[in-house]
Every structure is written in C-alpha cells, then in structure tokens.
Design a protein around this ligand. Structure first.
Ligand SMILES: NC(=O)CCC(=O)C(=O)O
Length: 268
C-alpha cells in the first residue's frame, strides 16, 4: 500500500478558504497513492478555540466537498483529518459542535466518520465547546493488494493517551490505525513515545499525522510518523510542512502477531 502523509503547516494569517483550496490541491496531487492522510482540525485550526464556532460546518459542507473532489482526482482513499462538525441536533451536553474525522473513498463517497472520544483542554477548548464522541470506530477500507478490506481503527490526537480505546479497536479486528493530530511542540517527547507504544502493544500499523507551523500562539510538533507493528519507523517527518510517501506492507501485521503472539497471552 502506498501512503501519502500530508503534514499540513499553517499560521493565523492564512484564510481558511485558501487553506482548504491549497490542501485539496495537495490531496488531488497524490495520484498513485492508495491512502492519503491529513491531520486533525487543519482547516479551522487545532488550537484556534475562539474561531471554532464560526468555522464549524456540517459533514456535507465546503471542506468535505472539496476533499471528496480531491479524493476522486487522486483516485485514493482519503482520511480528511478532522473538522469542527456542526449538527442541527445538540448532543447530551447541549452543544452542537464535535471534533469529527472523515474518510472518503476514491469515488468521493463518505466511508466513515469518527467523533473524537477524549476531548483535550482540561476544562477549556474541546471539553468546554464540543460534545464527546461515544463510538469506537473500526471500518473496512479497500486498501489490500487487490482492494480487499483492511480493518482500520480511527482515533484522534489526545485519544493516543488512552490505550483502552486502541485495544478495543484490536478486539474489533483493527490491523491499521489512523491517528490525525494537532500536537504541540512542547510535548513532542510524549507524541513520539505514545505513538510507538500503541503500535507495539496492539501490533498494528499506526499512521500518525500532525501539523506544522504556529497558530493561536502554539508551535506545533510535526513529526508525523508511520510506525510498523514492531515499533519501527517506516517514515518520520521533521517539524515543517511535509509530504511523506511511504510503502506499507500490511502483511507485516499478521507476521508480527504470528511470530510474537503477545496478544494471545492476554488474561481477561
Ligand atoms: N489536539 C489534541 O488533542 C492535543 C493533545 C495534546 O496536546 C496532548 O495530549 O498533550
């Protein structure tokens, strides 16, 4: 499987509509990739809390429409990262906003969405403004050598600190996990450690995609990575905007689980 990791960089000066056009073109340029993965909240701004209400949109809004066109142009499955989703109906806490990631097929159809379960912000940001997702999402994506289904878990950024979510995905059959993020440079050491730990303990291929640049006075870590089930880096970005093209052998998941059957030793 050929994967394009798009580590998007942005600052406060770039208008959102211009960023959506720019990133959609970057996605469309990824012909030859089977899977393209974008970061968390790359259009509204991962830490731009004050702008989220104004920049929220439904799942059939302009950002997802632009990504659907780009998926068709690239002929690839596109994990569009996440957006601030606005719903008509409020959630249990009476709010209308969610941190929702979307996956589109090569024909532009919406294959899956995932609402971030663990909200980041310690009382501010996400917990104050957004609802929490309730569902663990594992979806079949046509990413095998002949387009066969690959069980793929979806998680977002802060979720990486909660290993039970990923273990539940493994119980639901996940072999590949996609983790868009907007991770600050201040905690780069945590990012590197936790992403490798999740790949090793769950024996999955983990594709972790962060952002670059500085927005809302928060420098971003970058360092997107594709990690094998053995915990090896198949690729790692630096701190700047970057596109990584990586060949991933998903057969390594079954080989790893057979050669080192640690998951079979669990005591429940
Ligand atoms: N956007 C996020 O979820 C940030 C998470 C983070 O900064 C951390 O876990 O540390």
């Amino acid at each position: 499987m050929q994967v394009s990791v798009l580590q998007v960089g942005y600052d406060d000066d770039e208008p959102v509509a211009a960023r959506v056009d720019r990133v959609a073109q970057l996605v469309a340029d990824q012909r030859g990739a089977d899977l393209v993965v974008l970061p968390e909240l790359w259009a509204p701004g991962g830490f731009a809390y004050r702008e989220w209400e104004r920049r929220a949109e439904p799942l059939d809004g302009p950002t997802v429409r632009a990504l659907a066109d780009a998926a068709r142009a690239a002929g690839a499955v596109v994990h569009g990262g996440s957006l601030v989703e606005r719903t008509e109906q409020p959630g249990p806490q009476g709010r209308h906003l969610w941190n929702t990631s979307v996956v589109l097929g090569p024909d532009g159809a919406l294959l899956a969405s995932y609402r971030k379960v663990h909200r980041f912000g310690f009382g501010a940001g996400e917990p104050l403004l957004m609802e929490a997702g309730e569902d663990v999402v594992v979806v079949d994506l046509p990413l095998g050598p002949e387009g066969e289904a690959v069980r793929t878990g979806l998680a977002t950024c802060y979720d990486v600190r909660f290993p039970e979510l990923f273990r539940r995905q493994v119980d639901l059959g996940a072999e590949l996990v996609l983790l868009p993020a907007a991770w600050p440079a201040a905690r780069l050491a945590h990012w590197r450690l936790l992403t490798r730990a999740r790949a090793v303990e769950d024996q999955v291929v983990l594709i972790a995609v962060g952002t670059a640049g500085t927005h809302a006075r928060t420098p971003m870590a970058g360092h997107s990575a594709v990690v094998s089930p053995w915990g090896e880096d198949l690729a790692e970005a630096d701190a700047d905007e970057q596109v990584l093209r990586v060949e991933v052998d998903l057969g390594e998941v079954a080989r790893c689980r057979e050669q080192f059957p640690v998951l079979a030793d669990r005591r429940l």
